[in-house]
Design a protein around this ligand. Structure first.
Ligand code: FAD
Length: 495
């Protein structure tokens, strides 16, 4: 600051043009050249003047190590990732995103894109590169007549749900309300309304996208339709989405929902009954299942239900499930949709360490149920749930090649998860989760790119997109030939 003040004073007396004065003032705001890392892992030095120019050009902030706000901005939901970007561009709008993308490309930097910062893989924060951070771009505007919501790229689900529910509207969003809309929607997006209205990606009517060459594109069925296909499940491979336009549907605002809890001794018979029951259930019904240890050490099975039709229909549909075995807890009751959407938020607190493995299954046959319960019982650690989240319904009535997301025929997403407080728990939890997944993976076919840690090989990403991969690789070559956006389930550019 002393330097800045005296430099300005000296220059002012030398009566330099104002433009030059401002440029020098900006330059003074960056103390030194900045070491950084390129996409290919090379160490480079960014000239202080170049960084200062970027800083001066942004409406938002450019944060460097040591700046106020840097330590908070680099933190993401999964506390396993303690990375330090060379630069964090806290974007205030699309113009900032364009400038950050251009800077990242011009200097060949390793680039990460942060929407809600809630990924399991932690890939929205990078070590030594440029983090394009959309956390401050979080506005939602609902058009209740046209039933549309314009949602900025850094918005969390809670904001979308609450704004839309003010008009009795909603669209498919995930089950934990502090998740970001962007990462969730670009990977696919499952949630309590998914069987009725299909996935979040199927409800996007238009995107504003900044591509790797710094262009700002409108993407919809009529404009850039190739990207309109690729953004539906292709993740963050094609650019930075600054805004989504979602279709909304009348929902609630009060729905029938809540949990049924059973002792683990009943888990096998309840899950087996549930499999047949759910196969015939209407699209309005969502039920996820969790084998989990309660804070007081009891092992239980939790079925979390939501019925998005009328309360009376929900009571009728859920009756056989509620009556099959007497649960320890039956908390199913009329519940505001927004309350239901945040009902498990506390279970997934920000900053703990998390590891997840997941894959899709067509049903829950007895041998899989047996493996799920045995796997769950094999853990002596406090937080190692085995879960399923439902699909089917409207999701499965869209062809696998109609969007980049290919797994339309799956009925459930099967997951093992582990959560712990700090690095001292890494070995025990990772060892358990990897062994657990060895038991369960053989029952799966394909996986949800959003539900895995970053330790998936390139080959597995390719196999996972199946026959859609070639089209995705061509699209990647067209819009991101240098693979600027590589911190994701990465599609290699291939013409
Ligand atoms: P971020 O960490 O910010 O981003 C993840 C990746 O998305 C980035 O690395 C980048 O590649 C890309 N990205 C982010 N923002 C943008 C953007 N604006 N433009 C371009 N690319 C971008 N998924 C479901 O479908 N349904 C669920 O119910 C569900 N529940 C979950 C519950 C928990 C507790 C957690 C941790 C995850 C859950 N997920 C669920 C998975 C979720 O979809 C992913 O974690 C998703 O990546 C979160 O998005 P984000 O924007 O918060 O993440």
């Amino acid at each position: 600051r002393v330097f800045f003040g005296s430099a300005l004073a000296t220059l002012a007396t030398a009566s330099l043009p104002l433009e030059r004065l401002l440029a020098l003032a900006a330059d003074a705001s960056v103390a030194a050249d900045v070491p950084a890392v390129t996409g290919s892992g090379k160490q480079v030095i960014l000239a202080r003047a170049d960084v200062a120019d970027l800083r001066a050009s942004l409406r938002g902030q450019l944060l460097l190590a040591g700046d106020e706000g840097y330590e908070t901005a680099r933190k993401v939901w999964n506390g396993s990732f303690n990375r330090r970007p060379a630069l964090i561009a806290r974007c205030a709008g699309a113009s900032d995103v364009i400038k950050a993308v251009n800077f990242g490309r011009a200097h060949e930097l390793l680039v990460s894109v942060r929407g809600g910062g809630h990924s399991i893989s932690g890939q929205s924060v990078c070590e030594g590169g440029l983090m394009i951070d959309l956390a401050q771009m979080n506005s939602v505007r609902v058009d209740p007549i046209g039933r549309r919501a314009r949602v900025d790229g850094g918005t969390l689900l809670a904001s979308l749900d609450r704004e839309a529910q003010a008009f009795g509207l909603a669209t498919t969003a995930g089950t934990v309300s502090h998740t970001g809309v962007a990462g969730l929607t670009l990977g696919g997006g499952f949630g309590r309304l998914g069987r009725k209205f299909s996935m979040a990606c199927d409800n996007v009517r238009a995107y504003d996208l900044v591509t790797a060459d710094g262009r700002f594109l409108r993407v919809s069925a009529d404009e850039n339709p190739d990207l309109n296909w690729g953004l539906r499940g292709g993740g963050g491979n094609f650019g930075v989405v600054t805004s989504f336009e979602y279709e909304l549907h009348p929902v609630g605002p009060v729905l029938l929902g809540g949990v049924l809890i059973y002792p683990v001794a009943q888990a096998k018979e309840v899950l087996t009954f549930f499999d047949g029951f759910f196969e015939a259930a209407p699209d309005e019904l969502y039920v996820d299942t969790t084998l989990v240890t309660t804070p007081d050490g009891n092992k239980v099975l939790v079925l979390d239900t939501t019925y998005c039709g009328s309360i009376a229909d929900g009571e009728r549909v859920l009756k056989p499930l509620r009556e099959f075995r007497k649960p320890i807890v039956d908390a199913i009751a009329p519940t505001p949709y927004v309350k239901q959407q945040s009902s498990v938020d506390g279970t997934f607190a920000y900053g703990r360490h998390y590891y997840v493995k997941a894959g899709f299954v067509r049903s829950l046959p007895p041998d899989l149920v047996e493996a799920m319960v045995e796997t769950f019982m094999s853990s002596t650690l406090p937080v190692t749930p085995v879960l399923t989240a439902p699909q089917g319904g409207a999701i499965s009535r869209i062809a696998p090649d109609a969007t980049a997301f290919p797994y339309r025929e799956a009925r459930h997403n099967l997951l093992v998860a582990a959560a712990w407080n700090d690095a001292s728990g890494d070995e025990a939890h990772l060892t358990w989760a990897r062994a657990a997944w060895k038991n369960l993976e053989p029952f799966t076919r394909g996986f949800y790119v959003n539900d895995n840690n970053a330790d998936i090989s390139q080959r597995r990403v390719l196999e996972n997109y199946g026959s859609n991969y070639a089209r995705l690789a061509t699209l990647k070559a067209k819009y991101d030939p240098s693979n600027l956006f590589r911190l994701n389930a990465n599609i290699q550019p291939h013409a």
